[in-house]
Design a protein around this ligand. Structure first.
Ligand code: ARG
Length: 468
């Protein structure tokens, strides 16, 4: 048997024995990178067309490659493709099948390229598509939030600091705070997309290639803004993936904070909102339970995406230039981040429009918590009392209310006047919840008319986004 017959592998020429079967399995990535098959085929088509246009492939060879790749793509889509661990990864599986289908022309496809620039291209293409899909879902979630916020501009709830009742706010205002977090998340994904959208194709293994390639042509064919600048960087860079997972970790962190609030608000102790039954589950033992599983799971899944960010940072930190096999480990954290984000955004986009506010409970909670104490202090300031003194006076009035089990608005005028002679009958206007929120009447404030305007501006931004 000749050396060649022993080793049917792609690199058989240099090897005197086949790869150990465990090593084959250990080094293979086909079980997970087959997810990039469509991008791999798109990259190969662009590369082959460029090779033909610079005269490296004949027109006949190109046609054979084009129709062969089409067949391979159809086989994969139909689930009829026989993926092989022996062929290690998505790239070699597809190339081997192409060669089996069309013969020698298939063997010429890899001219002037390497799996190193090939995989760098595939991941960018894959991630670009994933970002677009995630951004669409993020937009759907934000649209739901903004619509709910506008409808609930007049709903009053207690606003919290330290999770202690602080000042009354509009429920719509609270929802628009969530929307601002997501607005920045969208911007981060777009920034990441723009920085990533350069074509590494042509970097070949690390140094470029001696063929007369046209990198601008392949870049344009694949929808990249331009070719990358440096071949070494092109095959080794995965910081776009780290950036994406970083942006994803922030999205999850934001969804987790929203989840935490929904979990609190749906509890019997708060009872601020209700989630429809279809987003909840029951208990196998306690018949009264309706558990907010969806927000709880989103909160829980935040941990894995944060973990993926640390994995990718650690994966990168000690790699010398240029490509190293370590980089194969980028895919599973990346794919899982894409999947987790997709599911969690979808869950939220479906759930948010179905949130049912319990307006009376929220209002009652705001009323009970001395939430208009600051308004009383501001009232005294308007009557000429220095703020620090006003703070002290109101503090004593609150202490009295706590003792008596009465809210500030429930104390009689005489009682209130016992704390300051400046207090007059008009004090009750500022002690109402409506008066308190309406007074915060500036951009970014919680006055219901400001909330409606803010919701309109947010909706306009979202509409602009859809056109681009
Ligand atoms: N499966 C490999 C990866 O994901 C493809 C590139 C392999 N390149 C190499 N020189 N072994 O990184």
């Amino acid at each position: 048997m000749s050396k060649k017959d022993d080793t049917s592998q792609t690199w058989g020429g240099r090897f005197s024995e086949p790869t150990d079967s465990f090593v084959q399995r250990f080094t293979a990535s086909v079980s997970f990178d087959q997810r990039m098959a469509a991008e791999d085929i798109a990259g190969s088509l662009a590369h082959a067309r460029m090779l033909a246009s610079v005269g490296v492939l004949s027109t006949d060879e190109l046609s054979a490659i084009e129709s062969g790749l089409e067949t391979v793509g159809a086989e994969i889509e139909a689930g009829e493709f026989a993926w092989s661990v022996e062929l290690e990864d998505v790239h070699m599986n597809i190339e081997a099948r192409l060669t089996a289908l069309i013969g020698d022309a298939g063997k010429k496809l890899h001219t002037g390229r390497s799996r190193n620039d090939q995989v760098a291209t595939d991941i960018r293409l894959y991630l670009r598509g994933a970002i677009d899909a995630l951004c669409a879902e993020l937009t759907r979630l934000q649209q739901g939030l903004v619509a709910l916020a506008r409808a609930e501009a007049d709903t009053i709830m207690p606003g919290f600091t330290h999770l202690q009742t602080a000042q009354p706010v509009s429920f719509g205002h609270h929802l628009l705070a969530w929307n601002e977090m997501l607005e920045r998340d969208y911007g981060r994904l777009q920034d990441c997309r723009a920085r990533m959208n350069l074509s590494p194709l042509g970097a070949a293994a690390l140094a470029g290639t001696s063929y007369p390639i046209d990198r601008a042509q392949t870049a344009a064919a694949l929808g990249f803004d331009a070719p990358t600048e440096n071949s070494l960087d092109s095959v080794s860079d995965r910081d776009f993936a780290i950036e994406f997972v970083g942006a994803g970790a922030l999205i999850m962190t934001h969804l987790s904070r929203m989840s935490e609030e929904l979990v609190l608000w749906t509890s019997a102790q708060f009872d601020f909102v209700e989630l429809p039954d279809r987003f909840c589950t029951g208990s196998s033992i306690m018949p009264q339970k309706k558990n907010p599983d969806v927000p709880e799971l989103v909160r829980g899944k935040t941990g894995r995406v944060n973990g993926h960010l640390v994995s990718l940072l650690s994966l990168m930190k000690s790699q010398p230039l240029a490509y190293n096999k370590d980089n194969q480990e980028d895919k599973e954290p990346l794919f899982d981040t894409v999947d987790t984000l997709g599911d969690c955004l979808r869950a939220f986009a479906d759930m948010v429009p179905a949130i049912r506010p319990r307006r009376d409970t929220m209002r009652e909670a705001a009323r009970r918590g001395f939430s208009t104490a600051t308004d009383l202090a501001d009232y005294l300031v308007r009557k000429g009392i220095p703020f620090r003194d006003a703070h002290e006076i109101v503090g004593s009035a609150v202490a009295h209310g706590v003792e008596q089990g009465l809210d500030l608005a429930e104390l009689s005028l005489e009682t209130l006047q016992g704390f300051s002679e400046e207090i007059a009958g008009d004090v009750f206007e500022v002690l109402t919840l409506e008066g308190s929120v309406a007074a915060r009447n500036h951009i970014g404030g919680t006055a219901p008319n400001q909330v409606r305007q803010a919701a309109d501006r947010a909706a306009a931004r979202l509409a602009d986004r859809e056109q681009t």
